[in-house]
Write a protein that binds this ligand. Structure first.
Ligand code: ADP
Ligand code: MG
Length: 686
């Protein structure tokens, strides 16, 4: 099939050109056709300026002119060049041709009509045009192509060559070209067919046709991506026999009665979605996205109770020991009064204690197991696991999730909780195999955290403020980007700040230094002392980033705040404002560029994690934050997850309908493979 042939299959492409094409990722004739022109970079010949209207700023412009004279000259080093003067009814322009271009330019005859593209600058008497490419118009020809593509190229590749090759490839496509979307979808969504769209994306017959072609390819890419994700889900999750939990009963009522608060409307909705999923035969695969402090823990407590009420076991896995311990305490408080037995499993436990715990787990004497990665180990066996919860998903990979669910014969329900709020459509892609529950905002009774941005010059005052908070009986965090001072990076290290504070302004105050290089037991002890109020100020790196809950902490100082992402700053800030007192977050920075300050002001002015995540995405790009590859997904060629929000929602629905049809899976898989090939590692390698 011609599209699988190497590019050398085309006339004019030898080994040298093939190597240059390979450098931009084009190997086959099919690759070439799918190398779409740069978006927004088509040349609009239909909207040409007159010569006297051309801007003389060195930018690339296009105009029409008639050849007036052709003259050869020699430059300083004896190199020949050709000057072709063209004119229209408004002015003259001199086109400069060098080297091999010079020869073809000499052949231009006065009176010839040309389309000219080049960089326009002021000349002696006329406008001067360099880096010229011209296209001859047949005498009297009005039918010039209006819209011409511009490709991203490197090395010796030229636009003219690319266009020539594209035309050859399109001629082959005219003969034979398979459709890459189900016919019914093409019809239903009024998309142009693949051939027509390919022709129009390279050589649009009109702007309208170009728009249609782009729409089709964006649709195609996103549709097949969703199909891939959903079929992954079908293959890997839905195939396994799930566990059907019963309706909520007495034990849950007991747990509810024991809660120190009522659920907010957002929590109620999330709980209903989870509860309904758990009552279904199909295994649940749901992600609960909730801003920091939105109250996710209690939701997991309810889901775990539901598992236990039905005679099963549940587990919850947290990324750090500190968090696991905290969950353990909270869950015990919520669940023990209802007679639910909660246990904690972390690394580094005594052999005997661990053995006893594992035995009890296997005997079904433990109802809910809380822990770290330690839960994943081979010898951790449940009697009858029906719900696996993971907290703060961005720290766990797809593969770890799978390891946890494999600890049960029947597929347990899976609930993933994340505090990294990402825009819904991005979540649909990154977590495309999961259903989504959202909780925005926070429970009532909390004052918003007041955020302040200060230049480092104010550090002394800020540290005085730190002391005042401590004297008022409160606690505080100081977060630094580094553990120890580094020669390569100019940023404050936790060690240095700790030295300064504990020997300086806080010399009479119990302080501690917390970072990832301490032994787990040391970290644990420090955290416990901080939570108990024995330590007043905790100087740390971002190890406290997720989930830690100390309501008496009312101040957070972040050093070198410019080094953190918006979403991360927001997460850190979430450690304070957990009690009823007014809390503060101080962003210290030595950088005073307007951009850096503007970024910090975005965090200062908003407490909406979803909004901040979106801003973060706009500023740093999807790739930076949520590289698709990092999630085992292919990169996108023409679609844009942020821009094409509506299309994503549309195609997801269509993909679900399509895959529900009998026998659709095989056909779709074939198309997905055609589109993404090896790049769809997550689907085809699992
Ligand atoms: P996160 O979503 O960040 O994990 P948590 O589950 O730690 O949030 O909850 C943050 C705090 O809010 C906890 O102290 C919790 O007890 C409290 N909380 C949760 N839900 C409610 C509610 N409906 N009303 C009042 N306080 C609540
Ligand atoms: Mg949490």
């Amino acid at each position: 099939m011609w599209w699988q042939e190497p590019v050398t299959f085309l006339k004019g492409i030898g080994p040298k050109k093939a190597a240059e094409l390979a450098a931009v990722g084009i190997f086959t004739v099919g690759d070439l056709l799918e190398y779409y022109p740069r978006q927004e970079a088509y040349i609009d010949y239909g909207n040409l300026k007159k010569i006297n209207e051309l801007k003389m700023d060195g930018s690339r412009q296009v105009f029409r002119g008639t050849v007036y004279s052709v003259r050869n000259s020699f430059g300083a080093h004896g190199k020949r060049y050709t000057v072709v003067v063209v004119r229209d009814e408004t002015a003259y322009a001199s086109l400069y041709f060098f080297l091999h271009q010079s020869y073809s330019a000499q052949k231009l005859k006065p009176g010839t009509e040309l389309l000219v593209m080049g960089r326009v600058r002021p000349g002696k008497n006329t406008r001067s045009v360099s880096e010229v490419s011209v296209q001859m118009l047949e005498h009297g020809e009005e039918q010039t192509p209006e819209i011409v593509p511009v490709y991203s190229l490197s090395g010796g590749l030229t636009q003219i060559n690319m266009r020539k090759w594209m035309r050859q490839a399109l001629a082959l496509a005219e003969q034979e070209l398979p459709e890459s979307l189900p016919e019914a979808i093409v019809e239903k969504c009024h998309l142009p067919g693949r051939l027509q769209a390919l022709k129009n994306i390279h050589f649009p017959t009109s702007w309208q046709a170009l728009q249609e072609a782009k729409r089709r390819f964006i649709f195609e890419e996103l549709f097949l991506l969703q199909c891939g994700l959903l079929s992954y889900r079908q293959q890997n999750h839905d195939q396994r026999q799930g566990i059907k939990h019963g309706m909520n009963g007495e034990k849950l009522q007991q747990v509810f009665a024991n809660l120190p608060f009522h659920l907010t409307a957002q929590q109620q909705k999330a709980w209903e979605e989870i509860s309904a999923d758990m009552e279904k035969e199909l295994p649940m695969h749901r992600i609960l996205q909730g801003d920091v402090g939105s109250g996710k823990t209690v939701i997991s407590a309810l889901a775990l109770s539901k598992a236990v009420e039905n005679g099963y076991q549940g587990c919850i896995m947290a990324p750090t020991e500190i968090l696991a311990r905290q969950h353990f305490e909270t869950l015990q408080e919520f669940l023990q009064p209802a007679g639910i037995r909660v246990a904690l499993l972390v690394g580094g436990m005594r052999v005997k204690a661990r053995r006893e715990l594992l035995l009890n787990l296997e005997l079904g004497l433990i109802d809910v197991l809380v822990g770290t990665h330690a839960l994943l180990e081979e010898d951790v066996r449940f009697a009858r696991l029906s719900l696996a919860v993971t907290d703060e998903q961005h720290r766990f990979g797809v593969e770890q999730r799978a390891r946890l669910t494999n600890k049960s014969e029947q597929a347990p329900d899976v609930l993933v909780m994340t505090a990294t709020p990402i825009p819904r459509t991005l979540a649909l892609t990154v977590y495309g195999d999961l259903d989504i529950s959202l909780m925005k905002g926070r429970p009532p009774g909390r004052k918003p955290v007041q955020t302040l941005c200060y230049n480092e010059a104010k550090r002394v005052e800020v540290y005085q403020g730190l002391l005042r908070q401590v004297q008022a009986g409160r606690q505080a965090y100081v977060v630094c980007p580094l553990i120890e001072t580094s020669e390569a990076l100019e940023a404050r290290s936790a060690e240095k700040v700790y030295e300064e504070l504990s020997k300086g302004v806080l010399r009479h105050v119990p302080c501690a230094l917390l970072h990832g290089r301490l032994k787990p037991a040391e970290k644990e002890a420090i955290m416990a002392d901080f939570a108990a109020g024995k330590i007043k100020v905790l100087v740390s790196t971002t190890v406290i980033e997720v989930g830690v809950n100390v309501p008496n902490a009312t101040l957070m100082v972040i050093e070198n705040a410019e080094r953190f992402g918006l979403a991360q700053l927001h997460q850190l800030r979430g450690r304070v404002g957990r009690g009823s007192e007014q809390s503060y977050c101080v962003l210290l920075t030595g950088v005073d560029t307007p951009e850096a300050l503007a970024r910090l002001q975005v965090v200062r002015d908003s407490e909406d994690g979803f909004y901040l995540a979106e801003e973060d995405l706009k500023q740093r790009g999807v790739g930076q934050l949520f590289g698709l590859r990092q999630h085992g997904l292919p990169d996108l060629r023409i679609a844009d997850i942020i821009r094409d929000t509506e299309t994503i929602v549309e195609v997801r629905k269509l993909a679900q309908e399509e895959l529900a049809k009998p026998d659709a899976l095989e056909e779709i898989r074939r198309l997905v493979e055609l589109q993404f090939g090896q790049r769809f590692a997550m689907i085809f390698n699992t």
